[in-house]
Design a protein around this ligand. Structure first.
Ligand code: NDP
Length: 279
């Protein structure tokens, strides 16, 4: 694709940003669908500085990653209903100088779980570990899709309670300490989904104790996609269906690509061309 003066500028902001797979994923679709666009990583140290430049620039749209998903909201002119509820955005579209904020993480998570673990939330229970930004998207998607009960386990219990507060009238909500995790495992209903939304596992450490016994009817999803976490490895060793978060990344990117270009892309194409099979 030949770049020119009218080529649409897209990108992702974060700090750090060098590890991001988003430029690779979006560029594959840009080429496949012959969009006159380019998608680049922006290392952003100061969000104020970036936004005052970007507002005056030809930046057509951008994704937002750690640590700016919440901080970006005050620079936006329109927030989707999901963004208002979650308090976080990962996709910004510049419509004639007006910044519109969307969140595609919730869609990405649910689509991945549905497709890759053949699991649906309706009338089921989910056990979520972590109550940070990604947990907000996970909880939101589960509630949207009819979950019956959410059990949220976090070190900081107040943060967990705050996250669940606005969903209390939509499903059963319970906050749990890590010390209660093992006894709880014996009493989880059939087909419970366990989701790791913490950053524990990135350095090889484990969010669950050694010799943790999974309930046989559990399914496990870990938002971390690289490396394969100790949680995923031990679930698989015990014959439990388990998936890493690569699918979430790809599906959230697909929904963002649609916001940027009007086209929902084929996700399979990224796996084929992008050599993304990390597991
Ligand atoms: P946040 O920093 O917002 O939240 C981190 C969470 O991890 C908090 O709940 C924190 O608990 C918990 N935590 C951190 N260290 C520990 C520990 N030692 N023991 C127990 N809990 C701990 O991060 P995000 O929610 O944005 O991201 C979490 C993970 O999900 C990251 O690894 C990220 O890469 C991944 N992710 C993957 C995505 C994908 O597309 N696959 C999308 C988004 C995120 P506390 O509140 O008690 O401090």
């Amino acid at each position: 694709m030949r770049l020119n003066g009218a080529t649409q500028l897209l990108g992702v902001i974060g700090n750090p940003i060098a590890h991001s797979l988003s430029p690779h994923i979006h560029q594959i679709w840009i080429e496949k669908y012959q969009k006159d666009a380019v998608y680049v990583p922006f290392f952003v140290e100061n969000l104020d500085d970036f936004c005052s430049w970007a507002k005056k620039s030809n930046l057509h749209g951008f994704n937002v990653t750690v640590p700016y998903k919440e901080k970006i909201l005050k620079y936006c002119d329109y927030l989707s209903d999901e963004v208002k509820l979650m308090g976080a955005a990962n996709t910004i579209v510049n419509k004639a100088g007006m910044w519109q904020a969307f969140n595609t993480d919730a869609f990405g998570f649910y689509k991945s779980v549905e497709q890759e673990l053949a699991w649906q939330a309706h009338n089921k229970t989910a056990l979520i570990l972590g109550a940070g930004g990604s947990a907000k998207a996970v909880v939101h998607s589960l509630v949207q899709n009819g979950i019956e009960k959410i059990i949220l386990c976090n070190r900081n219990l107040q943060k967990a309670a705050d996250l669940l507060f606005s969903y209390q009238d939509k499903c059963k909500c319970e906050v749990l300490e890590y010390s209660q995790l093992i006894p709880l495992m014996q009493h989880l209903p059939e087909e419970t989904l366990m989701v790791n939304c913490t950053s524990v596992g990135l350095q090889g450490e484990s969010i669950i104790p050694n010799q943790f016994e999974f309930n046989a009817s559990l399914k496990v999803y870990d938002l971390i996609y690289k490396p394969e976490t100790a949680l995923l490895k031990s679930a698989k060793e015990q014959g439990i269906p388990a998936k890493g978060g690569l699918g979430m990344l790809v599906y959230q990117a697909a929904a963002a690509f649609e916001y940027f270009t009007g086209q929902y892309p084929k996700v399979e194409y990224v796996y084929e061309k992008g050599k993304l099979n990390l597991e």
